[in-house]
Design a binder for this molecule. Structure first.
Ligand SMILES: *[C@@H]1O[C@H](CO)[C@@H](O)[C@H](O)[C@H]1NC(C)=O
Ligand SMILES: *[C@@H]1O[C@H](CO)[C@@H](O)[C@H](O)[C@H]1NC(C)=O
Length: 986
């Protein structure tokens, strides 16, 4: 075999020899060379399929058991040349190419014997779920083309021996889990080198600048550091260079990069660049794409960039750039994408921007831009997206934004724009989202704007719009419609019921008249309905109680009359009801205090003199009770009963007054408590517990006290920071959280709110938090088995929140101090969904502001997923990341921050201390030293799950369902964690 592998004959010579060998094969019956290829393919097959199910159909036609029959003619090709994905040379003898793109291999491994295929010139095993390392033997093959992209390959890239990939023209290992330093490529014939989206670390080797033929260099999405070597400027044929995304370089863009004369695409986004944008980039006259976003670049945008006549895409967003948009940009006539948002730019958006004939996307939000939008913007007929939110723009909205009938996103909110909304937007069939809120726009809403087929969102709130609401036709698919705080008048058109997908409807604070249309009940997706502060009259149509997913109904401050429909209490989804300040009447008995009535308080009903909700609106009830009695007396009672009844009424009034007075004394009027289950606990008991000696914990969200009920049971009372939250959102959210039931979730027992604050009542967990146990003296008592159990229980709880709750709940603050332990050391996850409340008060225009506000709070430093830093979005995978940090804490016994020197946290430390998570020895070296290094399989398994959860790319992280699946399979002691599911590609 060794002899075959060293067969380094140059290809041309080999070609000459092949017919000769084939002739030999005929005479000898079997050729050692050809059966060598079959042998290599058999090794390849068994290794590639080693991890997959026995009955996998992948490579099913690779019949490696049949030996090649003696060829009757030298021209007949061998049967393995017909294996799927296998290509032989013209003579049909030697395998020259293998392409298994997309064949599912379920964690198979590339065997070292692949190098026996010494005629192989092209090897492509892309997107196959390949795992394991890259065999070092590949480096000495005569491969011209190697593509192992989009797999789960781990370990170091082979660094030798010499000669190193002597024939390589294309090396593509994009999107794997490779670690260690970048491989030593340099010189040679290499045209295409893609090492992006791995975990390579260290600097970019100087010798990369010696690859004279290189046209494509991809190093993006790694953990590279150091200065970007100016020697890369020697790559005179380089067309594409991708260096950004998660690399953390020192310094700025080398000015030598101005010499990369062939460069067409340069991506250095999000890689910690500092200093100014080097004006030398203006010499790259072939450049079509320049991405420098999400760095710390300062200074002005160099006027020289206006020389980049071929530029199509320029993205300088999220830096600290100052000054104005250069006048020289008028020369960028091929520009399609101009992104400047998130800087400190000032001055105007120059008129020439409206003349750029190819412009499709213009984003300049969050700057200090002033002046008017270019009058001709959109007239080029190509505009797709315009977002200039959060500037100080004045003047009118240009009329031709949708001239080409292509505009999809129009975001002009929070400026000082005035004048009418162009009528033409009502015919802009492509429009998907329109947000013009918080300006000074006047005139009426253009006809057709609510009917556009693609339109999912219209936010016109906080303007000076007047006139009636336009009509709505059945085709429309609008999901979000707000025109709050305008001067709109006339009725809410009944046709609004055509909007089957509408989930939010807010026309509060206008001058709408007529009634609440019963047709709203056809808006079956409606979750928020706010028509407060109008002049609506008539009754509340009972049909709207058919809305199955409505969570908030606000009809306050209108002139609505009639009875409050009791059916409202049957609306299971409804968490907030406000009908205050209308002319509603009727009586809700104590026994009818169900559903939303049970979590409402007096403010939700006040200002309706004829309405009595027992126990809630005490004052109006007792007044009404008196008048009801009076009515009864005058209408139905014989005269002789009057004195008796009067006596009873007086007695009752005295009794009720006494009760009320007692109640008022016992419960400070400022507090209202809602319990989700029967607890022998009164408000003053709870208030009595809020003393320093009862404090059991303090955290970002507030202080936790321990409190005993009258029956001796214990509860934990969490006092949230900040002033009281009487807002409806709070109570609705808490009511939702109170409905969550899972064995491993700390149960929310109730809540109280008042002017002085908000309290949440939880089950009490006597053993404290995982954080205190683990990082305290008792950490040694938590053995490996217990740690696995805690991890699994906490994972189950998160899995429940993510995948079983409807709507799903994000925890947003997963950390070891939010995992509590009961007396049996069983884990219970606490504080889920709480981070949401902490930004309340910054209320802007309704649900959108709330949603934006929500994502401002993303948990605790040390546990925050990296994507949060640049997307400000949280999703399930943000929780998964935080949970991964908890797993790493469990394995290492270390805190997430603090012990790792400058700017390094547990995640980065663990990754660099254990470059290959499959290396059990390295894992044991970082394991909690207080515990024995046994069982090694379990420790290594936990560690690998942890590392997979903290992957940089959120898509690459497993879901909590997958995590639970794997953790549950680690029944300790686990002999070999590699047996666990490959879905997780640990
Ligand atoms: C074989 O395939 C069947 C159905 O496709 C599947 O249920 C079974 O789990 C597979 N067997 C193994 C060993 O994976
Ligand atoms: C491999 O096959 C895929 C499709 O199956 C094809 O798109 C790709 O170009 C092929 N690659 C090579 C190097 O032949």
């Amino acid at each position: 075999m060794a002899q075959v592998r060293r067969n380094n004959l140059r290809p041309c010579i080999r070609l000459l020899l092949l017919p000769l060998l084939a002739v030999t094969a005929v005479s000898a019956g079997a050729s050692p060379v050809t059966s060598g290829d079959l042998y290599a393919l058999s090794k390849l097959k068994s290794s590639l399929l080693s991890r997959s199910a026995r009955n996998s159909t992948s490579l099913a036609d690779w019949d490696v058991a049949t030996p090649p029959p003696p060829s009757s003619s030298p021209a007949a090709s061998h049967h393995y040349c017909n294996f799927s994905g296998v290509t032989c040379d013209a003579s049909g003898n030697r395998v020259v190419a293998i392409n298994l793109t997309g064949v599912p291999l379920h964690g198979g491994v590339l065997p070292t014997e692949v190098s026996l295929l010494d005629a192989l010139a092209s090897l492509t095993v892309a997107a196959c779920s390949l795992s394991g390392p890259i065999p070092a033997s590949l480096a000495s093959m005569l491969l011209r083309h190697l593509n192992l992209s989009t797999n789960n390959i781990s370990g170091f890239f082979p660094s030798g021996p010499e000669p190193y990939f002597p024939s390589a023209e294309v090396i593509d290992v994009y999107n794997n889990s490779l670690t260690g330093p970048l491989p030593p490529f340099g010189g040679g014939r290499l045209r295409h080198l893609h090492l992006g989206e791995n975990y390579f670390s260290g600097g970019i080797p100087e010798e990369y600048g010696a690859s004279k033929q290189l046209e494509h260099l991809g190093l993006n999405g790694n953990f590279l550091s150091g200065r970007v070597p100016p020697s890369l400027s020697r790559l005179k044929r380089l067309k594409e260079m991708y260096l950004g995304h998660d690399n953390v370089f020192d310094g700025g863009i080398p000015s030598e990069f101005g010499e990369l004369e062939a460069l067409i695409s340069l991506d250095m986004a999000h890689c910690n660049l500092t200093g100014p944008i080097t004006p030398e980039l203006g010499r790259l006259t072939r450049l079509e794409t320049l991405y420098l976003y999400s760095n710390n670049l300062v200074g002005k945008i160099p006027a020289e960039l206006g020389n980049l006549k071929n530029l199509v895409n320029i993205d300088l967003s999220f830096n600290k750039l100052t000054g104005e948009i250069p006048a020289s940009f008028a020369g960028l006539t091929r520009l399609k994408l101009l992104n400047l948002h998130g800087n400190e730019l000032q001055g105007v958006i120059p008129e020439f921007v409206g003349e750029l004939s190819q412009l499709e996307i213009l984003q300049a939000w969050e700057n200090n831009l002033t002046g008017e939008l270019p009058a001709n913007l959109g007239k080029n007929g190509r505009l797709l997206t315009l977002d200039v939110t959060d500037n100080r723009l004045t003047g009118a909205i240009p009329p031709g934004l949708c001239a080409g009938r292509r505009l999809q996103f129009l975001f002009l909110m929070r400026n000082k724009l005035s004048g009418p909304i162009p009528e033409d937007l009502g015919n802009c069939k492509t429009l998907a989202k329109v947000r013009l809120n918080s300006n000074f726009l006047n005139g009426s809403i253009p006809a057709g704007l609510l009917d556009l087929p693609m339109n999912s969102m219209v936010d016109l709130s906080d303007n000076l719009l007047s006139g009636e609401l336009p009509e709505v036709i059945p085709s429309a698919g609008l999901g979000f419609l707000s025109g709050a705080s305008n001067r709109l008048s006339g009725p809410v058109p009944p046709e609004i019921g055509h909007l089957k997908k509408l989930s939010l409807l807010n026309f509060s604070a206008n001058a709408l008249t007529a009634g609440v249309p019963g047709e709203l009940s056809h808006c079956e997706s409606l979750t928020v309905l706010d028509l407060s502060r109008n002049q609506l009259a008539g009754e509340i149509p009972t049909e709207i109680t058919n809305l199955k997913v409505l969570t908030m109904l606000n009809l306050s401050r209108n002139s609505i009359s009639g009875e409050l429909p009791l059916e409202i209490s049957k609306m299971i989804s409804l968490g907030v009801l406000d009908v205050s300040y209308n002319n509603l009447s009727g009586r809700v008995l104590q026994s009818q205090l169900q559903g939303v009535f049970a979590v409402s308080d007096a403010t939700d009903f006040e200002g309706n003199p004829g309405l009595c909700v027992e126990r809630v609106t005490a004052a109006s009830c007792s007044r009404l009770q008196r008048s009801w009695r009076r009515d009864d007396k005058t209408w139905t009672m014989p005269l002789w009963i009057v004195p008796a009844v009067s006596a009873v009424v007086v007695a009752m009034a005295v009794y009720l007054g006494l009760k009320w007075w007692q109640a008022a004394r016992r419960r400070p009027a400022a507090w209202k408590m809602t319990l989700f289950q029967n607890l022998e606990l009164e408000m003053d008991d709870v208030l009595g517990c809020l003393r320093e000696e009862n404090v059991v914990g303090r955290g970002g969200a507030g202080t936790v006290y321990r409190c005993a009920t009258r029956s001796g049971a214990e509860v934990a009372v969490k006092r949230l920071r900040g002033p009281g939250r009487r807002d409806h959102g709070f109570r609705a959210e808490v009511a939702t959280l109170g409905g969550v039931r899972h064995r491993n979730i700390v149960r929310l027992l109730g809540f109280a709110s008042g002017a002085e604050g908000s309290l949440l009542l939880y089950e009490y967990m006597p053993a404290g938090s995982l954080g205190t146990v683990l990082h305290g003296e008792r950490g040694a008592l938590l053995g490996w088995g217990a740690r696995l159990r805690v991890a699994t229980e906490a994972a189950r709880a998160l899995c429940y929140l993510h995948h079983e709750c409807k709507p799903r709940i994000l925890h947003r603050d997963v950390k070891s101090s939010n995992i509590l332990l009961d007396s049996a050391m069983e884990a219970h996850v606490a504080d889920f969904g709480l981070a949401k409340f902490l930004c309340r008060g910054a209320s802007g225009s309704g649900a959108v502001a709330a949603a934006e506000c929500v994502s401002v709070v993303a948990g605790t430093y040390g546990y925050i997923a990296p994507e949060y830093a640049y997307t400000l979005r949280v999703d399930e995978k943000t929780d998964v990341y935080s949970f991964g940090v908890v797993l790493l804490e469990l394995v290492t016994g270390r805190r997430p921050l603090g012990d790792f020197g400058d700017e390094i946290d547990l995640v980065h430390w663990a990754r660099s201390a254990v470059p290959r998570p499959s290396d059990a020895t390295a894992v044991l070296a970082v394991a909690d030293p207080r515990l024995p290094p046994e069982p090694a399989g379990l420790i290594a398994g936990l560690f690998r799950v942890g590392i997979s959860c903290v992957r940089e790319s959120s898509q690459a992280r497993p879901t909590m369902r997958e995590v639970v699946h794997v953790l549950s399979s680690f029944v300790p002691p686990v002999a070999d964690p590699s047996n666990s599911t490959s879905a997780l590609s640990l």
